[in-house]
Design a protein around this ligand. Structure first.
Ligand code: BG6
Length: 451
């Protein structure tokens, strides 16, 4: 049996406590994965493993998760900028006696550390080119701009092959994001109407109630466009608008996603950025910061399939609800357009979180007493309500794929590159950043611009 060792760089960061450790806990609670995995959490702080869990607990890690994880986790104090310290890590890994050890170096750190860490791992003999049992996973964003992403990718080739690189976008591990292609291509009901003749508009929402938490330094140099749009939301957009691939393998799917990214255009007159009131007073934020914590974008995909359909992305911090969903509005029927009959245009809503569910809004008569009384009713299926234990954090799926060396749920460099090209193009077009008190204020602005 192979032992999987996950080495987390950036283990005292917010992401580790909020997302990575709970996902490991869920995975390790599963009988199938018990016993063959280990987590080495690296940090500069002088912690014991118990101290580390105390700290992670204060940052939101649940007690029941700590109970699961404590048998599998070791905290190692390490200065990642000191090449000698990598031998401490080497010793820790050696303690795992099994010959079949798969080591996954997981870099939950800022992109400027991607190359120095990879180099130090290579120099210490912890990473070898072509060795599929030593792989490296990079949290998003992969780079901070097109130039930096290209530089990182090129330099990495000195230490590892493409086969050993896993670029994380945790949205690709979310059940309902994975479900997009299945919904589109296994239901002729949708396949035949998934185009600009039938779809009026698409809205992709990723609303959060929290602010920037303890991530001031990272967030202020990143902002919503680079933090959410460049990776997660452009991925969602490509899955929603790509042509049917020749086959459903990752190569063919990427080929179609790339065509979308190459043909993306923004309508900057119907787009704006915002910053929540009080952001400048957050820890680590400069008083003059112009970083956006909200983005409203109106985009068009200029392919024969989707030309002319507005696709809006709405994402931000400190909004009314924590809610991630996609709303697809269909054009009204001919009879409705000619006012021969009433009713709404159909809507398909795919909720990604907090629940994983699908609604289809249709027109129907609902009253026995009033003929021709058309109501809008919802056909709904909630996956997560019906099988709550099967639905969890998206990272579990990604970890499983990392363990089995399956690359389908990870982004290829060409997608990363094209997404950066888009963000580098969009950002300078949206200079003004509106200060917002609440979501209502933003909604009014979005409605005005969408007219
Ligand atoms: C991360 C961003 O990639 O995604 C965060 O860095 C954001 O700022 C998070 O909060 C949102 O992910 P989810 O899974 O909660 O929608």
């Amino acid at each position: 049996m192979t032992n999987n060792i996950f080495v987390i760089f950036g283990a005292t960061g917010d992401l580790t406590s909020r997302k990575l450790l709970p996902s490991f806990a869920k995975l390790f609670s599963d009988l199938d994965y018990k016993g063959d995995s280990k987590v080495i959490a690296l940090g500069r702080r002088d912690f014991s493993t118990a101290d580390f869990f105390g700290y992670a607990g204060k940052s939101g890690l649940k007690f029941r998760d700590i109970e699961v994880l404590k048998d599998y986790t070791t905290y190692l104090k390490m200065d990642i900028s000191n090449s000698e310290n990598y031998f401490l890590l080497k010793n820790e890994i050696k303690k795992c006696q099994n010959k079949n050890v798969r080591v996954i170096f997981y870099l939950a750190v800022t992109p400027s550390l991607f190359l120095p860490i990879s180099k130090a791992l290579f120099n210490a003999g912890l990473l070898n080119k072509h060795d599929k049992n030593k792989v490296i996973a990079f949290e998003k964003p992969f780079g901070t701009s097109l130039t930096s992403a290209v530089e990182i990718n090129e330099q990495l080739r000195k230490y590892v092959t493409e086969d050993q690189i896993f670029r994380i976008d945790h949205y690709l591990g979310k059940d309902m994001i994975q479900n997009i292609l299945t919904m589109r291509f296994t239901n002729s009901l949708f396949t035949n109407s998934w185009n600009n003749k039938s779809i009026k508009s698409i809205k992709i929402f990723a609303k959060e109630t929290q602010g920037i938490l303890n991530r001031g330094a990272y967030y202020d140099s990143t902002g919503a466009l680079k933090d959410m749009v460049q990776s997660h939301l452009l991925q969602v957009l490509t899955l929603l608008t790509m042509n049917e691939p020749k086959a459903f393998g990752s190569k063919e799917i990427v080929k179609e996603k790339v065509k979308v990214l190459r043909n993306l255009e923004i309508d900057e007159t119907k787009s704006f950025l915002g910053q929540y009131e009080g952001y400048k007073n957050e820890h680590g934020i400069s008083k003059a910061s112009n970083t956006e914590t909200f983005a409203f974008l109106t985009l068009f995909v200029n392919t024969p399939l989707f030309k002319g359909v507005p696709i809006q992305i709405i994402t931000g911090k400190k909004l009314d609800k924590h809610h991630t969903y996609i709303e697809i509005e269909f054009i009204k029927s001919k009879a409705q357009q000619l006012n021969k009959i009433g009713g709404i245009g159909n809507k398909l809503i795919i909720e990604v979180s907090p629940e994983s569910q699908v609604f289809l809004q249709v027109n129907s008569e609902t009253s026995r007493h009033q003929l021709n009384m058309i109501s809008n009713v919802g056909l709904q299926y909630c996956f997560s309500c019906n099988a709550p234990l099967e639905y969890g954090e998206s990272y579990e799926r990604l970890f499983l794929d990392l363990m089995s060396h399956s690359k389908t749920l990870f982004t290829s460099f060409i997608e990363v590159e094209l997404a950066w090209q888009q963000i580098d193009k969009i950002k300078p077009l949206l200079n003004e950043v509106v200060t917002y008190k609440d979501y209502q204020q933003l909604e009014t602005l979005m409605e005005e611009l969408s007219k």
